[in-house]
Design a binder for this molecule. Structure first.
Ligand SMILES: Nc1ncnc2c1ncn2[C@@H]1O[C@H](COP(=O)(O)OP(=O)(O)O)[C@@H](O)[C@H]1O
Ligand SMILES: O=P(O)(O)O[C@H]1O[C@H](CO)[C@@H](O[C@H]2O[C@H](CO)[C@@H](O)[C@H](O)[C@H]2O)[C@H](O)[C@H]1O
Length: 481
């Protein structure tokens, strides 16, 4: 698109105001001090026969420049790249008013109204049409599995519960996930489900189509994935809270879920390379966890008194390696929790979704093989969360669900409870991540992971001179794990 500079200049004030209000915007709480346009593609240009209500669709990749002091003593700058789908129209119909971004002053869109394009069913339908027919459009490449049958004219609806990304459901048949914070490389949420589909694993919806940006010299950047929609399903989080609200047992569901997760782990180990973790790798894993703890404690003062006690779990992990033990690592889900497991009402079968990994971690880190204990720890933490949010404190609901999950897992894979040191290290690492996540996104929920921190630290808080001190500096690990 020509006129890139005036386009960006006219959109910048609108985006500065609109972006931080989006659930998926990762840089909340820090000012935006500028934008860079990475790519602009007219998916639907304005036609000469267009009327005032004919929409245009503009695809943008923009970097938002933000200074940060988060978790570091020295200010740095982030410039995360975001994917935007902008509807453009002269007059916005009332039903699209909530999607309004604003009216650019100057530039090629001067005087027109710009809005969230996915909210407009006409534009969401257009995107599906592009995915049905493989090909290129400027820097965008649309691909489809040859055997995928994607009917035309499926009615779109934008999913209300926006999370780290945005999703649109088409005719209750397909769901398109549009990644919002994007970067070079294949997103594991495309890579892993495709690899699993090739093994015949039916626990994960297989991608039917996807689109990427191919920018000069860079690795293709995954922008969106279309996969079958599991109609009539409910996620594990809703189901667990539902059970808790009527004080019902959840062990049968947890057992079946454990079985499903173990099947996915076996299929991932079959589909993609696995590695053996020996002393250096186990020490590095412990070191990486320690660094994450230190960074989280810098950012969240409530964590500081627990640093020393929590660090013991990582020291014990490193000691495993020194004692000559080894562990296996493989590709894992990376951000497994009850919300990532869907159970279909018709057959009660569990499926797993959202293989993107923890959104805050860099892509290379999310793609590294890890012990399966990372995922298991994530799910075990989730039972704890459900019990806390569903007010099951004082009951053993979480303990019974956690045990049932492990039992189910052990029907097809190694029982995770047989490796308590590895599990404890991963559970600690997950709880530390959650403290940071809640502090940033839902401060009212901070007490949930903090009570796990207290438990995992054995109830020990450092007092006096040790409270708040950093651990002694060590040689930085090579970025292997
Ligand atoms: N294949 C699917 N079938 C049914 N619902 C789905 C499917 N994939 C995702 N969803 C729904 O969309 C929501 C968001 O999807 P998810 O991949 O977790 O996105 P995010 O990365 O934004 O959290 C999920 O919580 C789930 O309710
Ligand atoms: O689903 P996302 O990929 O966006 O994952 C992020 O958000 C999750 C919350 O929506 C967060 O999960 C934490 O809260 C859950 C309850 O809402 C709980 O079940 C999980 O155990 C807990 O970790 C997840 O950590 C974050 O990455």
């Amino acid at each position: 698109m020509s006129e890139a500079a005036p386009l960006l200049a006219s959109l910048a004030p609108l985006l500065t105001e609109w972006l931080p209000r989006q659930r998926w915007f990762a840089g909340k709480g820090r000012p935006i001090d500028g934008f860079t346009l990475v790519a602009a593609t007219e998916i639907l240009p304005k036609s000469p026969t267009a009327t005032a209500t004919t929409p245009g669709l503009l695809h943008l990749l923009v970097r938002a420049r933000q200074p940060t002091q988060d978790g570091t003593t020295h200010p740095t700058v982030t410039d995360d790249c975001y994917q935007l789908l902008l509807g453009v129209q002269d007059v916005l119909p009332p039903q699209l008013a909530p999607a309004r971004i604003g009216r650019p002053a100057g530039g090629p869109l001067h005087g027109r109204t710009v809005y969230e394009g996915l909210a407009d069913p006409r534009l969401a339908a257009l995107l599906l049409e592009r995915l049905r027919v493989p090909g290129r459009l400027g820097p965008l490449r649309f691909s489809r599995e040859p055997e995928a049958k994607i009917p035309p004219d499926l009615t779109p609806r934008l999913l209300g519960a926006e999370q780290s990304n945005s999703s649109a459901v088409y005719g209750e048949t397909y769901i398109l996930k549009l990644f919002r914070r994007v970067g070079p490389g294949t997103n594991p949420d495309l890579e892993l489900p495709r690899a699993l589909a090739k093994t015949g694993c039916a626990r994960v919806p297989a991608p039917a189509a996807w689109f990427e940006a191919e920018l000069h010299g860079a690795m293709p950047m995954t922008l969106g994935v279309l996969q079958p929609f599991l109609a009539g399903s409910a996620d594990g989080w809703q189901l667990a809270l539902g059970a808790l609200s009527v004080q019902a047992d959840f062990t049968a569901s947890a057992r079946a879920l454990g079985h499903a997760v173990a099947e996915v782990h076996l299929a991932l180990a079959e589909a993609l390379p696995t590695v053996v973790l020996r002393r250096p790798q186990l020490e590095r894993l412990a070191e990486v966890m320690t660094r994450r703890l230190d960074a989280a404690a810098e950012a969240v003062p409530a964590l500081r008194p627990y640093r020393w006690a929590l660090g013991e779990a990582y020291d014990e992990l490193a000691a495993l390696g020194r004692d000559g033990h080894t562990r296996r690592a493989q590709r894992v889900h990376g951000d497994l929790h009850l919300g990532q497991a869907l159970r279909t009402a018709a057959d009660g079968r569990w499926s797993l979704i959202d293989f993107e990994g923890e959104p805050a971690r860099p892509l290379p880190e999310r793609c590294r093989p890890q012990p399966v204990a990372q995922d298991i720890a994530g799910m075990l933490r989730s039972f704890d969360y459900a019990a806390a949010v569903g007010r099951a404190a004082g009951t053993d609901w979480a303990e019974r669900s956690r045990a049932a999950f492990c039992e189910g897992y052990a029907t097809v894979h190694q029982d995770p409870r047989e490796d308590p040191l590895l599990l404890r290290a991963h559970e600690t690492d997950k709880a530390v991540y959650e403290v940071l996540y809640e502090a940033r996104h839902r401060p009212d929920w901070l007490s949930v992971p903090m009570s796990a921190i207290h438990r995992l630290a054995g109830g020990h808080r450092a007092t006096g001179v040790h409270a708040g001190l950093t651990r002694p500096p060590r040689t930085p690990p090579e970025d292997h794990l």
